[in-house]
Design a protein around this ligand. Sequence first.
Ligand code: PGA
Length: 246
Amino acid sequence: MRNKLVVGNWKMHGSRPANAELLAGILAARPYAAEVAVCVPFPYLGETAAALAASDIRWGAQDCSAHEQGAYTGEVSAAMLAEWGCRYAIVGHSERRAYHAEGDALVADKARAALANGLTPIVCVGETLAERDAGRTEEVVARQLAAAIDKLGERVAEIVVAYEPVWAIGTGRTATPAQAQQVHRLLRAQLRAASGLGDRVRILYGGSVKPDNAAELFGQPDIDGGLIGGASLKAADFVAICRAAG
Ligand code: PGA
């Protein structure tokens, strides 16, 4: 049985006072039946860790380097994230694939670096609108997941996957629960084929999840929670989404 997971992806939003208020709002609404986490910008990890350490809310980062250490100006290693108590690191978000030219192989290397340092990578996959319109959704997400499977082998059972159709991110246009479930089912089959423990992997849906559509999405058999962008910045909305998962 997979317990549901809801992860807030703050992206490049926040400020120290706004974060304190947001985290206080999330803490005040405990307990949650689902596991809840926030992935915050790097400079806020210390304060986030301090705010959440005594709770069961987890935290993480939105990226990590594929390298262990070295002359990689601007990069942050998975070991550094582990020092700040991170549980999760998002890797391969479509914004990083699009704006930072991250390819499947690099994303898989980042996932491996995260695992090697005790973090759980949240590996993002998803097709663009052009790819969906061309009937290439299955091929694209299968290729993206296959890169992680090839690199991680049996350890793929330890990751979290996030299916985020690029056309649904920040657009207010959500995949229907049936559309999302169809892709999740394929990803599940691919994970099962790759690992005897593939059934354990949580597959999150992301892309314009809001309080009013979360319950139906999370009710699908292969949707194990959500990766939440815009709606994770308002405590009331994020709390409502977390409740919808549990
Ligand atoms: P959104 O973003 O909820 O704002 O669509 C989701 C994501 O990019 O993780």
